[in-house]
Design a protein around this ligand. Sequence first.
Ligand code: SAH
Length: 426
Amino acid sequence: MSGKIKYNQNNRKNARRNETVAVVLPQVAFAGPKLLLQAGREKSLLRRHPWIFSGAVGEISGNPQSGDTVQVCDASGGFLAWAAYNPDSQICARVWSWQADEKIDAAFFRRKITQAIQARQALKLAEHSDGMRVVHGESDGLPGFIVDQYRDVLVVQLGSAGVEKWREEITNALQELCKPACIYERSDSDGRELEGLPVRNGVLRGALPQKLHITENGVKIAVDIATGQKTGFYLDQRDNRALVGELSRNREVLNCFCYTGGFSLYALRGGAKSVLSIDASEEALATAQQNMQLNGFDETQAEWQCADVFAALRKLRDQNRKFDLIILDPPKFAPTAAFAEKAARGYKDINLLGFKLLRPGGILATYSCSGGISDELFQKIIAGAALDAGVDAQIVRKVHAAADHPVLLSFPEGSYLKGLVVRVVN
Ligand code: SAH
């Protein structure tokens, strides 16, 4: 092939349609470290997927250290992206920017965080809740970086070597842009270990208030930032809790994997006759009690059980208990597709039992937060569960995470949470 082909949209299309058409990318001068991909392994980057797996790398030059910015190039040295290097992870680099002229420095992070904040402002989320996700990792262009806001406290999770390296600059930018009373670090997710990073949990700026609650769609929810699950609460389920609240009037509700009672509180506020909530965590159930008091709900309508849901559902079935609305919001059974088969069995089991416990006309609100289970597979599992339970059921809503957890189109992995609201016909 002669001459230099300018990289443009058409070349990208051609590259996909016909693998023999080479895309010639411009070389960009850079004195720092470089990752040269193996020939043909640039395709996912041309589609702007932000992860580079170690198996795709041909050559590493310039001796980059963990978190260092590297220039990612195709096998001919053409510029693909700027990325953060991590020698200790299977994902050995995560892309910061696709722009050749972008400099990865403190101003870059300030810019990216500002964009994320502005996106939430445009959605007017603050009108409904003073708890929200402010930065959602890859989908906000900051791989591995999570910021959750609970009133005037920011909780950060640094889940990649790149954000770990820029920790101080990022914290400064957040302090300056959001002026929170406290910035707290919860870098203790499983992801940190996969990235070869040490677990960290503590105050970065200011002081953590003794007690803290958010008000989400008018429901008060206590958040234990230092020891709660995730960054303290499951903000992603906000809209789905609201929907369940709307469907709860006069219903007998069963909330499985209730954590601190999010769905239960919405159900009670929505006029449920009674709510039985089950979780294996005593700490979560203790916070649920606080939540009942915070909202001034009638304790006699709510029953809380500390138990394993798999066993509890069987017990309820054997007792011939029936419900009008069942919520199944289990933890992540399949972090990646490799776990999908085992996870599918778990989802099938609880959903089959759920269908059996529902009265005709009853509703199953069922969710999966497993990245390894696609929307399509999840729907198949639920269809199989209904079939084996001997019920006809119809999907009335397909739901996902709330808008403060956006999904970048080039990063479908960001769409981890899926849910079906299913009505049993007979
Ligand atoms: N629905 C909740 C979030 C649920 S997170 C909300 O809206 O806030 C999943 C919950 O499942 C966690 O609270 C965890 O403690 C609980 N859990 C995990 N495995 C369990 C099991 N086998 N039985 C009961 N609870 C379990």
